[in-house]
Write a protein that binds this ligand. Structure first.
Ligand code: M6R
Length: 352
């Protein structure tokens, strides 16, 4: 069932080009210049769009919320376990989007039920046909990633990001030709990364570190959080992700020559500013790995570069994440961890 791969996680990382292609199929009309997403066609959100989700899906939600906000929509993102419809103002103009791969996560289900009870319109963004979330919500949009066996979410995260990019374009009618073209090119670009990544070398170089940091700004900030989550869950090592500007407000105290810092420096994520933060960690002698589509600009500030193809600035975070998945995978592999079923974790969390 692993089709020759050592782990489901690796297989699923490598299935991402296909997963993204499936997510896009029939939904992007480049000739007409629009996104045809029937699932949300009836929705014209007048009020705020609220996102509720947990873990990796929450990181996708944060990313999707940014794409909508950049198209003029008011958004809020909540960890589902922190969402209570009575403390968060909800009206019949509110659209609540539950982002949940399994469609069964108890925290997310509770948030969606409360939102429904409070009169909001609800949309489930899920991978699982007929799941609790699909049944609970007024509308459902499938991410079409195919089954994911590894506990660590990989291809479903990529598909959530792409589906959310489609939702943002479809809800607002704001999808430029460059954005649509970049969506079409994503699967091949992910394949290029899979074929040429140097993540394994980086993992070998830093497998002994006790802690890893991930920083990114703007649209890349949620991917920094996701990079750290993946690293901690499958390697059992301390890892933290931050919006790059937050480093100096506390976490910088933890940075030393022993803590590799992965900096997402992609065009469109204010890379000049993030470079300022890179210089701060370098002054503390931390090794820096730049994940970038602009190696000529940032290469000299980094000890290593993990390159991603250039894309639309709102979509490069999808590509950057693939490099970080591979680094975590190879660190965990070197450490002989139980990659597909990390200790203490379950694929679907059905308790609150
Ligand atoms: O099925 P869901 O997307 O609702 O799951 C939410 C989280 O439990 C999940 O994303 C978790 O963080 C990942 N499996 C971690 O890789």
């Amino acid at each position: 069932a692993k089709s020759g791969y050592d782990h489901y996680m690796k297989k699923e990382i490598h299935e991402q080009p296909r997963a993204i292609r499936q997510c896009l199929r029939g939904r992007v009309d480049e000739l007409e210049g629009h996104i045809a997403l029937e699932e949300v066609a009836a929705l014209e959100p007048e009020g705020t769009v609220q996102f509720v989700a947990c873990g990796t899906s929450y990181h996708a939600a944060r990313y999707g919320a940014r794409l909508l906000r950049q198209r003029g929509v008011q958004t809020q993102s909540f960890l589902a376990s922190e969402y209570t419809a009575d403390a968060v103002p909800v009206s019949d103009e509110t659209l609540v989007v539950g982002v949940t791969q399994s469609g069964e996560t108890a925290d997310t289900m509770r948030a969606l039920r409360e939102a429904n009870g409070a009169g909001a319109t609800t949309l489930a963004l899920t991978n699982t046909v007929g799941s609790s979330a699909a049944r609970e919500c007024d509308h459902v949009c499938y991410i079409r990633a195919g089954p994911e066996i590894g506990v660590a979410a990989t291809k479903t995260f990529a598909s959530q990001q792409v589906a959310l990019a489609l939702v943002a374009g479809a809800l607002t009618g704001d999808a430029s030709p460059a954005f649509l073209k970049a969506l079409r090119e994503l699967p091949d670009q992910v394949q290029t990364i899979l074929d040429s990544s140097r993540a394994r070398e980086i993992a070998d170089a830093y497998v002994d570190a006790d802690a890893y940091f991930f920083i990114g700004r703007g649209d890349a900030a949620p991917v920094a959080l996701e990079g750290a989550l993946k690293m901690k869950e499958i390697t059992y090592k301390h890892a933290e992700g931050f919006a790059a500007g937050e480093l100096k407000h506390g976490p910088l105290a933890l940075v030393s020559g022993e803590t590799p810092v992965f900096a997402i420096l992609t065009e469109g994520s204010k890379l000049e500013k993030t470079l300022g933060n890179v210089k701060e960690v370098e002054a503390r002698e931390a090794p820096v790995v730049a994940v970038t589509d602009a190696p000529e600009k940032v290469g000299r500030y980094a000890d290593h570069v993990l390159e991603v193809p250039s894309s639309h600035p709102q979509l490069t975070p999808v590509l950057a994440n693939v490099q970080l998945q591979l680094v975590s995978y190879w660190v965990a592999n070197r450490l002989g961890r139980s990659i597909d079923k990390p200790r203490n974790l379950a694929k679907s969390v059905t308790v609150e």
